[in-house]
Design a protein around this ligand. Structure first.
Ligand code: NAD
Length: 371
């Protein structure tokens, strides 16, 4: 970790700037009340960058992202830019920053806060206290493997091909992230593949097992087939701590796990890359949700997913566990007190705006900081 803490904030489009305004307030609070001086810069991505520079991510912003200790992103996209060709759309900016920063591990926690246990589509007794982390390999596997394409076999028959491919290096680096995370959590990793029917899955299992034996015997390792994991996430999700899996299975299992919590506006994520020569790990933190054009500009979006993304940033990029805990506790307290943005509104609770939710969280931080 470098001495000065460089943060790049990319608010993006739609509700992105609205929720990131609340993130900025908490970053400023950390400076004021905890003496943590971040060097904060802001930049453009997505539609906002197209409007200003004609491209969804400029080279200058990308260079800034690579020079930062962490990037905090809002969301991109919106109907205004839907007609532009695919490579110049807002989403292309997001894909470029993830690819150029070589962010190979995607972390998606699924946490059910006591105050929101009824928002889950599952019974409270199944999800109460849930706190799991899915680590998805993000830059390899069947979404990128060659050969790929659609070929004409003649006689009106066509063939679609995608290739699931993993190298030992790709498996080891994402498994290492999962084991290291587990060390900071419940010390359990479940590795998920289909070793029963796929060679790439068999290699995955062998490599994870070998890495565990060589470096992580303090962590409890189990293996599970992906289809069983999909079932177990519904039957008994609390059996898991950290799940590590490939790009394709991770895509599905992380969405399934997200729905256990029942609220898109609450879900953060992190994407991590390799550790460089200075010991700094490239990292981007963002809410799982998109730019929500249907509610943008009305100050009603839930800022919690973005604030939880900031908490992940403090925890994983800066090792500021106490500050990350503070933010999570402040949010839990505000929700316990009955404040709700529209997306998580429930009978008997008090509906509030994005700004008022931010106000309440900052006030809760003040109180927790003194206590
Ligand atoms: P979305 O996540 O933006 O919205 C889905 C639904 O959830 C909407 O009804 C929205 O109002 C609601 N919602 C989302 N976040 C919320 C929040 N914080 N508070 C309250 N309600 C919230 O997904 P979508 O509608 O499929 O996509 C809208 C745009 O966002 C598209 O242009 C899409 O390409 C883009 N998108 C971007 C990202 C990203 O930037 N990472 C991710 C997904 C979608």
């Amino acid at each position: 970790m470098s001495a000065n803490k460089k943060l790049l904030i990319l608010p993006g489009d739609g509700i992105g700037p609205e929720v990131m305004r609340q993130v900025r307030r908490v970053v400023d609070w950390l400076g004021r009340r905890r003496g943590i001086a971040f060097e904060v810069k802001e930049g453009l991505i997505g539609g906002a960058a197209i409007d200003a520079h004609g491209v969804p991510l400029s080279d200058a912003t990308l260079a800034e992202a690579k020079a930062s200790d962490a990037v905090l992103l809002g969301a991109v996209g919106g109907p205004k830019w839907d007609k532009i060709e695919f490579e110049r759309r807002p989403e292309a900016g997001l894909l470029r920053i993830r690819k150029d920063m070589e962010l190979f591990a995607n972390l998606r926690p699924a946490i059910v806060l006591d105050a929101l246990v009824d928002a889950s589509p599952l019974k409270a007794e199944i999800v109460k206290g849930l706190d799991i982390m899915i680590v998805r390999e993000l830059t390899g596997g069947v979404y990128f493997g060659e050969p790929r394409g659609i070929t004409d076999l003649g006689n009106g028959v066509r063939q679609g091909v995608n290739t699931q491919v993993y190298t030992t290096t790709e498996i080891q680096r994402v498994a290492r992230v999962a084991f290291e995370l587990a060390r900071k959590r419940g010390k359990k990793v479940c590795s998920v593949e289909k070793a029963n029917v796929m060679e790439s899955g068999l290699l995955w299992r062998e490599e994870v097992t070998a890495l565990h034996a060589a470096e992580f015997t303090d962590i409890e390792l189990s293996h599970m087939y992906a289809d069983n994991c999909a079932m177990q996430l519904i039957r008994n999700p609390r059996q898991f701590d950290v799940i590590v899996t490939d790009n394709l299975f991770g895509d599905m299992l992380s969405d399934e796990a997200a729905m256990l919590t029942g609220s898109l506006g609450m879900l953060p994520s992190a994407s991590l890359g390799a550790v460089d020569a200075d010991g700094r790990r490239r990292a981007l933190y963002e809410p799982v949700h998109g730019s929500a054009p249907d509610i943008a500009g009305r100050d009603i979006a839930n800022p919690v997913a973005s604030l939880f993304s900031l908490a992940m940033c403090l925890r994983y990029s800066f090792d500021m566990i106490a500050e990350a805990d503070l933010i999570e506790k402040a949010v839990a307290q505000v929700l316990k007190g009955g404040m709700r943005t529209s997306d998580i509104m429930a009978p008997g609770m008090a509906r509030c705006s994005t700004t008022v939710m931010g106000d309440s969280i900052v006030r809760a931080l003040d109180k927790l900081n003194v206590a």
